[in-house]
Design a protein around this ligand. Structure first.
Ligand code: PLP
Length: 310
């Protein structure tokens, strides 16, 4: 066409054009602590769904990206910490599909400092980074905070921290449906709880979902209310059988202990599978502790969702 129309950017592409590997593979692993108790361990390899949008990030972003494209929205703004996998995935989705992306990062002390490797990847993918002080970051859903962001960046669709909204939870029901009939218990590591909310809703009535929070939450864990709220927003009420086991955060988000590191190193050596350390290592550490406590009867099957890549 002529020069005028060619300045109009192409509409964003459909996320399904990225050929995700779905349903993701389900693999049995022979792991001694489980075998000793007569329990089968399956790994749901969501980490293999897409190299740039792995794991639950694909499942949560895909419906949001589709809705944004359908609504003619070309810019996404979202929130995350300086090492957020969600910010990285959103930036990659922007590059691959043709959305402009803005990442609002927790902590204005980071502004002007050299970017860490995670944020450098976001920037290389074209994400505009905006550093917000912690007080305002906590109030990210308040109208005055959003109004200030609109003033600065114009029109955008907001994805909440971690990408967990009703659409994201509905996207994760597919994870549950893919696991129907495969295991009595399906376990997943939790940050914001969107993945657990959808997973539990998609499982069959005889299956149990178990969430392992990686953040320290106090008692009762704030995540419990967050998952209930997400299920109410996505499905109209509580769905499926799910619970949290809050004993395996190892001190909090991205914290580690010598015991966790030793467990993860040994698991990697036994199976030749590098583990994502913030979430997946804590999940498997929690499950191996539970199996040693006799939490799963002999003859039962446990599936662990591998939600991301190292
Ligand atoms: C983001 C992330 C999670 C947390 O998912 P939520 O839906 O926020 O609970 C779990 N595992 C990995 C690898 C992640 O990147």
């Amino acid at each position: 066409m002529d020069g005028v129309t060619s300045t109009v950017p192409d509409p964003p592409a459909d996320p399904r054009s990225l050929s995700p590997r779905l349903p993701s593979p389900l693999q049995e692993v022979e792991d001694e602590p489980f075998a000793r108790r007569g329990v089968r361990l399956l790994l749901k390899r969501d980490d293999l769904i897409h190299p740039d949008l792995p794991g639950n990030k694909w499942r949560k972003l895909e419906p949001n990206l589709t809705a944004a494209a359908a609504a003619g929205e070309r810019t996404l703004l979202t929130f995350g910490g300086a090492y957020s996998n969600h910010l990285r995935a959103t930036a990659a989705a922007g590059r691959l599909l043709g959305f402009a992306t803005i990442g609002v990062v927790r902590g204005d002390e980071l502004a002007g400092a050299p970017l860490n490797p995670s944020l450098a990847r976001c920037a290389a993918d074209g994400m505009r980074l905006h550093f917000l002080d912690r007080a305002r970051y906590r109030r990210q859903t308040d109208p005055d905070v959003l109004a200030a962001l609109h003033e600065r960046f114009g029109a955008f669709r907001v994805l909440p921290e971690g990408g967990s909204n009703a659409l994201a939870a509905r996207g994760c029901t597919e994870l549950g449906r893919e696991l129907r009939g495969a295991a009595g218990t399906v376990a997943v590591a939790c940050g914001t709880g969107g993945t657990l909310a959808g997973l539990a809703a998609g499982l069959g009535p005889d299956q149990r979902a178990l969430g392992v929070p990686v953040l320290k939450g106090g008692s009762p864990h704030f995540l419990h209310g967050a998952v209930e709220e997400l299920q109410r927003a996505a499905f109209g009420g509580r769905r499926g059988h799910w619970r949290l086991d809050d004993r395996f955060h190892c001190g909090g988000y991205a914290r580690r202990t010598a015991e966790l590191d030793a467990f993860a190193d040994a698991f990697e050596r036994r199976h030749g599978l590098p583990l994502e350390r913030v979430y997946v290592a804590k999940l498997l550490y929690g499950l191996s502790t539970l199996v040693e406590e006799g939490a799963f009867p002999p003859g039962s099957t446990v599936a662990a969702v591998v939600t991301g890549t190292p």
